[in-house]
Design a protein around this ligand. Structure first.
Ligand code: MN
Length: 403
């Protein structure tokens, strides 16, 4: 069996162990699994066979019970699963609980509570500002360097990788149009993002401090914030995105625990403006993550956004979204905002890559300004891990269906 014989340096080796939820063919029960190479280990069955006290936490149809259990338990579960898949003494016991990834169905791994999306890449904000407000002077709005801009999205339409994305319909009106028209979006786009998954809730009325980020956040996942630019351009003033983004948000089937990303932690870009104390991270431990994202359109890589270039960290986003006393719930998901680096090939949306359609991409199957029906978008990523071994993040993929 391959799990114990993974090739050296496999990005889904025992140093990684992302969590997901799967079911077997013909079975309706869902249960928690961890990925090892191209196999998934039934974590509850392995824990039960090894006499682990955590079996009940893992024999669940979602990750939510594990998410709520807190940091000490997260570490204990991870330690015992690492032992289960690396200790030769356990090999015969756990081997029957591995299944090839190709033979299982992967599900949305957690029940999403609230969903928030940020706008924390300075390069993305400047590009979007220049595109949407060409005569607006500074492409960055005056508040941008003082707080992480965000909006509340729609938790109920967060879907797992592989779910078909039906082209949304809505109102659009170009500045030159006399009146709005209704129909399928003609400017359907992606946003390459990283989503952070909250485990431990917070009390209503009590802000979460910057330094408590890792007490609350369990892990991260790749996220594609599908966006209808034509609907967005007409509806977003003055309250921000609404129907342009609420039709679907895709996440990977795999949640990578923050504990697997210790070697990927980096200091965020230099702060150019003084920050209010609740956001001031000058004296805190580095909360940036060096994640190398790759965006493929129909199998062709069109962009490689570097997450380390994000101005606002996930710790600052968490502190900001609770500073007014808003509480966290287990299963809350918050997106980083489109990840765009300083270079043209590092832009995380077609809006930026094609400069709002002006400069279409040349793909092997033709030119592309925005997404066409049948297009498949796949985000993948890796991070530096222990001893130079990569930590693979589970991909998030979606195919566009006619609306
Ligand atoms: Mn977004």
């Amino acid at each position: 069996m391959p799990p114990f014989d993974l090739p050296e340096g496999d990005p889904f080796g025992p140093h990684n162990l992302p969590y997901g939820v799967f079911s077997l063919p013909g079975a309706s029960e869902r249960t928690v699994g961890v990925r090892l190479g191209d196999q998934v280990l039934d974590a509850a069955a392995a824990a039960r066979a090894l006499g682990s006290p955590h079996a009940a936490l893992l024999a669940r149809p979602t990750l939510n019970a594990l998410l709520a259990a807190g940091r000490t338990t997260w570490s204990e579960v991870r330690r015992s699963l690492t032992e289960a898949v690396t200790d030769p003494a356990h090999r015969a016991t756990v081997e029957p609980f591995f299944h090839p990834l190709s033979a299982v169905t992967l599900h949305l791994p957690f029940e999403v509570a609230d969903y928030v999306d940020f706008y924390s890449s300075e390069h993305h904000a400047r590009n979007a500002g220049a595109i949407f407000r060409p005569d607006g002077g500074d492409s960055l709005l005056p508040n941008w360097k003082h707080l992480p801009i965000g909006y509340h999205g729609r938790a109920g339409t967060v879907v797992v990788s592989g779910t078909e994305i039906v082209r949304p319909s809505g109102q659009r009106k170009a500045p030159t149009d006399a009146a709005p028209v209704f129909g399928p979006s003609v400017r359907l786009d992606i946003e390459a993002e990283v989503g952070f998954v909250v485990g431990v809730p917070s009390a209503h009325g009590t802000p979460v401090a910057l330094g408590d980020f890792r007490e609350h956040v369990f892990g991260l996942t790749l996220l594609n914030d599908w966006s209808a630019r034509d609907i967005q351009a007409w509806e977003y003033v003055p309250l921000g995105p609404f129907l342009a983004k609420s039709f679907a948000t895709s996440v990977s089937a795999w949640i990578t625990p923050l504990e697997a990303l210790e070697d990927a932690r980096v200091t965020p870009p230099e702060r150019t403006h003084p920050l209010l104390p609740y956001l001031d991270d000058a004296a805190t431990e580095p909360a940036g993550y060096d994640l190398r994202i790759s965006v493929a359109l129909n199998g062709h890589v069109v962009s490689e956004p570097p997450f380390s270039s994000m101005y606002w960290t996930a710790a600052q986003q968490l502190a900001h979204m609770t500073v007014n006393g808003a509480s966290l719930r287990t299963g809350d998901l918050y997106g980083s905002g489109t990840v765009s680096g300083p270079h043209e090939h590092e832009r995380g949306s077609l809006l930026e890559l094609t400069w709002n359609g002006r400069d279409p991409l040349e793909l092997p199957d033709g030119k592309r300004a925005f997404l066409e029906d049948g297009d498949v978008v796949t985000l993948s990523a890796w991070a530096p891990g222990p001893g130079g071994v990569r930590v693979g993040l589970g991909e998030v993929s979606g195919r566009i269906a006619a609306g």
